[in-house]
Design a protein around this ligand. Structure first.
Ligand code: ADP
Length: 334
């Protein structure tokens, strides 16, 4: 069981645990990342050494936490879990560092949110497995240097660009997780339907995959919803018409975009005449946090080439206009 001094529970609902792959071999997709991580893990195991620190970045829901939980299992070492957002001072990080068993893993989610002071406190811990701690206060304060047991930090971030270079450089392995293909998400849908004990057609599994914005977490959410729909309206079996009707009720369109995605695109179209529009202005109009837009909404739309980022702001592409069913000329000519 992970040790959670701060009461932080990043692994989500108990429900989520049912669908989360438990072992590296159960991970679908991300083949290149998977192979490189496996080599690092196997080498550490064969040489009986502590695994180097690993940084995983990429949009939410692509498997950073899942990799971080499977790696210690592959090494048969304990895992501690912390969140950058909850570590506001070095003293918050201290118990994790002193609790760390030799060779164990400390997973720090949202590592870009660590305050500077905590980050700097971590540097010697990562580099030499030592920390400086201050004892006492005022004139009687003194600093002692304390040795830690060698351990591994796995950091996860939605935006590695926000990490300072000194922190980024202290990770021996840095991997970027990208969106999943329809084939990979179809496979995840099929496997998870089995885990949820619901029957599903191949075409229905593909439909759910296409409607998942390239993201396994969304696949799981859509699958659960379609399953509920099938239970109440279709005697429990997920066929293509059942999947289409259920996803239609969520307002998911043929590209898998949800109402929030379309509202974002329509805001650029109607309020900003197709763009370019600054992200703050768009966020303000939508009444959303800028971080929510840049971390959760935009990556998939940029990746799908519906929107582009220019030095002057976000713009709809020709494909974006087409998806909204309007012609770019109509907007330009008023
Ligand atoms: P992140 O930490 O990047 O936000 P998670 O690791 O929490 O994402 O992944 C969200 C969910 O998606 C997991 O609970 C798991 O069920 C599913 N998932 C993620 N990656 C994979 C994968 N490679 N294969 C199968 N399921 C996955």
């Amino acid at each position: 069981e992970p040790d959670e001094p701060s009461g932080y529970t990043p692994l989500g609902r108990e429900d989520d645990q049912v669908l989360r792959p438990q072992r590296m071999e159960d991970m679908v997709g991300q083949r290149e990342v998977y192979e490189r991580l496996m080599i690092a893990v196997d080498a550490a195991r064969i040489r009986q050494e502590t695994l180097g620190h690993i940084l995983l970045d990429g949009p939410p829901g692509l498997g950073k936490t899942t990799f971080a939980t499977c790696i210690p299992r592959a090494l048969d070492v304990p895992l501690q879990i912390a969140s950058g957002a909850a570590l506001s001072a070095p003293k918050d990080l201290l118990p994790y560092l002193t609790n760390a068993q030799e060779g164990s893993v400390l997973f720090i989610d949202e590592i870009h949110r660590l305050p500077k002071a905590v980050e700097e406190f971590m540097y010697p811990a990562m580099e030499d497995f030592r920390i400086d701690i201050t004892l006492g206060e005022g004139v009687s304060a003194r600093t002692v240097n304390m040795a830690l047991r060698p351990f591994t930090i796995i950091g996860a971030t939605t935006r590695s660009g926000l990490l300072s270079a000194p922190l980024r450089d202290r990770f021996q392995v840095r991997e970027h997780l990208d969106f999943y293909s329809h084939e990979e998400l179809t496979e995840i849908t099929r496997r998870n339907a089995r885990k949820l004990r619901v029957e599903i057609d191949d075409e229905a599994a593909l439909k759910i995959a296409i409607c998942s914005r390239g993201t396994p977490r969304i696949t799981n959410n859509r699958l659960r919803w379609v399953r509920d729909y099938a239970t109440t309206k279709a005697a429990g079996k997920i066929t293509l018409p059942v999947a289409e009707a259920a996803l239609g009720m969520l307002g998911v369109d043929p590209l898998g975009l949800d109402p929030q995605d379309r509202k974002y695109m329509e805001t650029i179209l109607r309020v900003f005449h197709g763009g370019p529009a600054g992200v703050e202005a768009i966020a303000h109009t939508l009444n959303l946090a800028v971080d929510t837009l840049t971390d959760e909404v935009e990556p998939f739309l940029l990746r799908s080439e519906l929107v582009v980022r220019t030095p002057r702001g976000r713009k709809l592409t020709a494909k974006g206009y087409e998806h909204l069913g309007v012609s770019p000329d109509a907007v330009i000519n008023g």
